[in-house]
Design a protein around this ligand. Structure first.
Ligand code: SF4
Length: 430
């Protein structure tokens, strides 16, 4: 309670319910739980459904990308709930100064809500230059809890994708996944423990998660094409936005290895570090504080991953994001091409070198990052033994991707037979 009261300065979240968009099933939940740990009444937006697109479409100008339409639609569904009170509601909408439309979405959302008479709804946009004094007071603690949550979310999602294609009883991996996310939330939201104790408890839950997934009856037979999943972060992580494409890939015989959400955080750190060196120099207090923050992130990430080394054999992420950025350099120099395009280019090469049989970029229709990345994929494929790479665009129109995926998996199988970098399998494969 003391923490919640401390949020009453400036633009306060006290007395408001904060809604977090469900970018991913795990991601939205762990972030909401992290906010609850500092006394904020946070929850996720309702599940997306056809009403989401109707409402989002009605109140969008038509020039926005699909993620905006979906988040807007889900926020408007909150506004239709019987107990909705604008003065007691806040919507979380991240923002950025990057080159694409994303930076405009918080502004647009505010404008639309005002037009609809919901001007009292607070838009909580962490990177905006507002005075969220109460949050600032708890910023360090919140960021650490959130980062641990994001890492746990990435890990449980990875386990889902590496188990589900092989499960004997359909639905079992998904059930274990949901139970694990629920358990992570329960530790992340606690207000009565220190950061260190939370970290230890989460390590215990990660071990429990590993054992639960190991216990799922499964047929681990080698040979399924391993398909790297890259692209725009919302669209690749959000099953509703990508029409369950990962399920489709599995149903048609593939296995998915998706770029983690954390990748974006490491990339943002890389950009922030360069900016600080540029503005203040390498021997500045600002850079020292930045390095301390990055050190904590590294420590939590490695600590939570440590119990999983054997299970994640062959699914490792780049140890340092510069490995991905350097791979992209001949096609999209990271200092000049900002955003997911450079990550998509670099990850496709990283995945090829670590045994992937093909890469699919999942992006919203007209996504600026997707469009630019698409332009360099033919050259990347040609320079990397002809590994198939294709982009799938989504715009909320329900169209079957089965045929495209079937053809792609055929290409992946033919590449599998001649690929120069064999896949490394965890020990439990036959
Ligand atoms: S990354 Fe693509 S989809 Fe996302 S806001 Fe930017 S242009 Fe739109």
């Amino acid at each position: 309670m003391a923490k919640a009261q401390a949020l009453s300065n400036g633009q306060s979240l006290a007395g408001r319910k904060l809604y977090i968009p469900q970018m991913a099933y795990a991601g939205g939940r762990v972030i909401a739980a992290a906010f609850r740990s500092i006394g904020i009444d946070a929850t996720i937006t309702p599940d997306s459904d056809p009403e989401t697109l109707v409402l989002g479409g009605l109140h969008a100008s038509g020039e926005e990308c699909l993620p905006h339409k979906i988040t807007l639609g889900d926020f408007l569904k909150v506004c239709r709930q019987p107990d909705f009170d604008p003065a007691k509601t806040a919507f979380f909408m991240a923002s950025s100064n990057g080159p694409c439309r994303f930076g405009q979405y918080a502004v647009y959302l505010k404008k639309e809500l005002r037009k609809l008479g919901y001007g009292d709804v607070m838009i909580f946009s962490p990177s905006a230059d507002d005075s969220y004094d109460g949050i600032r007071e708890h910023a360090g603690e919140l960021m650490r809890t959130m980062w641990m949550g994001v890492t746990c979310g990435d890990l449980v999602t990875k386990f889902l994708y590496k188990t589900r294609p092989y499960e004997i009883n359909p639905g079992q991996s998904e059930a274990v996944y949901r139970q694990c996310v629920h358990d992570f939330e329960a530790v992340l939201e606690r207000q009565d423990i220190s950061v260190g104790k939370r970290f230890c408890e989460l390590i215990g839950l990660v071990e429990q998660m590993r054992d639960r997934f190991r216990a799922i009856p499964a047929n681990y037979v080698k040979g399924r094409p391993l398909i790297g999943i890259i692209g725009e972060i919302f669209c690749r992580l959000n099953d509703f936005a990508n029409q369950n494409t990962l399920n489709t890939i599995e149903r048609l015989g593939g296995e998915c290895w998706m770029s983690e959400f954390s990748e974006w955080v490491w990339y943002s750190n890389w950009g922030q570090g360069r900016q600080i060196i540029n503005d203040h120099g390498r021997f500045s207090l600002a850079y020292l504080l930045f390095k301390i923050k990055a050190g904590f992130q590294r420590r939590y990430s490695e600590g939570l991953r440590a119990p999983l080394v054997n299970d994640l054999k062959g699914y490792e992420e780049a140890h340092d994001i510069t490995e991905v950025l350097e791979a992209a350099r001949p096609y999209l120099p990271p200092e000049g091409c900002l955003g997911e395009m450079v990550l998509s280019a670099g990850q496709s090469i990283f995945m090829q070198k670590h045994g992937a049989d093909g890469v699919i970029d999942i992006s919203p229709f007209t996504c600026m990052n997707g469009t630019i990345a698409e332009a360099v994929y033919p050259a990347i494929s040609e320079d990397h033994a002809g590994m198939p790479i294709r982009i799938c665009y989504f715009d909320g129109v329900n169209a079957s991707v089965d045929r495209d995926i079937e053809i792609f998996l055929d290409l992946a199988k033919s590449y599998q037979a001649r690929k120069p970098h064999p896949r490394v399998y965890p020990d439990y494969f036959q």
